[in-house]
Design a protein around this ligand. Structure first.
Ligand code: G3D
Ligand code: MG
Length: 168
């Protein structure tokens, strides 16, 4: 089975661990959420066209700044999920900083941008077009909710499809 390492990146509390949990276990919430160290979950994505890819999803704690340790964790990643929180516009700046640091080290990897917590529409601060032009060619830009599950599978599938298209 074809397999790839991907990293989920973003500011503290944007919902990285919740998104992975929603995708892998179809669940939301619980107390253990704050990630300690690094957590790696795997899940196989099967696309509509029948192609399958096993994703090893690296969720690294304390990734809100691009430290040397963090950059070492990112080594070997084939793709990235960049996560912002729609209720905190400044979380997009953090994505940008992480993206710049990872790109400088690993080159511009295929990526998907997630504007998470879209269920909190009344508290939305992040305009829908805020990321336009910020990260080069994103495979997809999606409003997601780890709470409701909206677009979560789609985000991982978009990355898997992009990775398979780039290197079958
Ligand atoms: P992180 O891994 O990026 O640090 P977490 O973020 O997954 O730990 O989530 C941080 C907080 O945001 C958690 O709340 C979590 O329940 C909440 N959260 C994550 N995703 C969503 C979402 O899509 N919608 C809403 N409404 N909340 C979300 P607590 O209260 O446990 O800190
Ligand atoms: Mg976490």
């Amino acid at each position: 089975m074809n397999s790839r390492k991907i990293c989920i990146l973003g500011d503290f509390a944007v919902g990285k661990t919740s998104l992975v949990r929603r995708f892998v276990q179809q669940q939301f919430g619980d107390k253990y959420l704050t990630t300690v160290g690094v957590k790696v979950d795997t899940k196989t994505v099967t696309l509509h066209d029948g192609r399958a890819l096993k994703l090893a999803i690296w969720d690294v704690a304390g990734t809100d700044t691009p430290t040397e340790l963090f950059l070492r964790y990112a080594r070997g990643a084939a793709g990235l999920l960049l996560v912002a929180d729609v209720t905190r516009a400044e979380t997009l700046d953090c994505c940008r900083e992480l993206w710049d640091a990872v790109s400088a080290r690993l080159g511009p990897l295929p990526h998907v941008l997630l504007a998470n917590k879209c269920d909190l529409a009344a508290q939305r601060e992040l305009p829908r077009d805020a990321a336009d032009g910020l990260f080069g060619n994103a495979l997809a830009r999606l409003d997601t909710s780890a709470l409701t599950g909206e677009n979560v599978d789609l985000a991982f599938e978009a990355l898997a499809r992009g990775l398979l298209d780039a290197a079958p």
